[in-house]
Design a binder for this molecule. Sequence first.
Ligand code: AFP
Length: 283
Amino acid sequence: MNDIFETIKTIAFEIDHVIKAEDVGYSDSENSSGEDQLKLDVQSDLIIEKAFADVASVKALVSEEKEGVLELSPTGKYTVCYDPLDGSSLVDVNLSVGSIFGIYEGELEGKNLVASAYTVYGPRVELIIATRKGKPKVSRVIDGKFQEVFELTMNEKGIFNASGGTQQNWCDYHKTFIDDLFEEGYHLRYSGGMVPDLHQIMVKGGGIFSYPGTSDKPNGKLRQLFEVIPFALMYEQAGGQAINNKGMRLLELVPSHPHDTSPCFFGSNYEITALREAYGIKV
Ligand code: AFP
């Protein structure tokens, strides 16, 4: 998989350059989830598609920005599912954004995710890689190249509480769960970008990020293949947990369509235990 990780590093430099140099306006198109695409989404998608075109181990690509599967090398072993520029609507306000990659071997489902990676384009450019072995590794661009700086390890309990979705559309027990954490002294942290929000919780040692099912979006907003499952591997390997609203590990999800979403909760052990209680999930 090293060729894939090296390609992701090249992609990170290119997308970072485009974010800094290019127009942040809307393109004329929508993505497969019906959302308006920014020019940056389209450009980032093209950069990734071109970069993987000649990587022999990549059998196919599935992009959050496109419908369907793009077949590449017939002898390749892996399918790379990616969100080219998650949180792109935050670029105009100059907040951090990121790219997310899930590397699957076999059918596109959680148990076949062999590795995941995400890039953070912020004040610094960082790349985090998780495999099924060991802690996720954080590399940072120093002197023009990625250098490993530390490993992600989550504490048993954190201090941050981040929940997505419109509060008026939360169900009562989600609202109670979130309010109770604030009553306990948790700090609100929510930028509206999945990458920086989940990254912050892991780097600072713990807490919880929720994107619940809501009355307007019963299956949440975040996509299983490109966002939810890749981050589930990160959290589990860092010593945390990642489950859905029924208590199922997100790494066991089986999407029936590439763009399926799922309610999702990523956190340290203490907060996920509290979530199970609040949601009435039996262990
Ligand atoms: P954009 O790519 O449209 O900026 O959406 C970002 C995102 O998919 C994810 O990065 C956030 O966690 C989530 O949406 C925020 O959604 P809410 O605004 O509904 O909380």
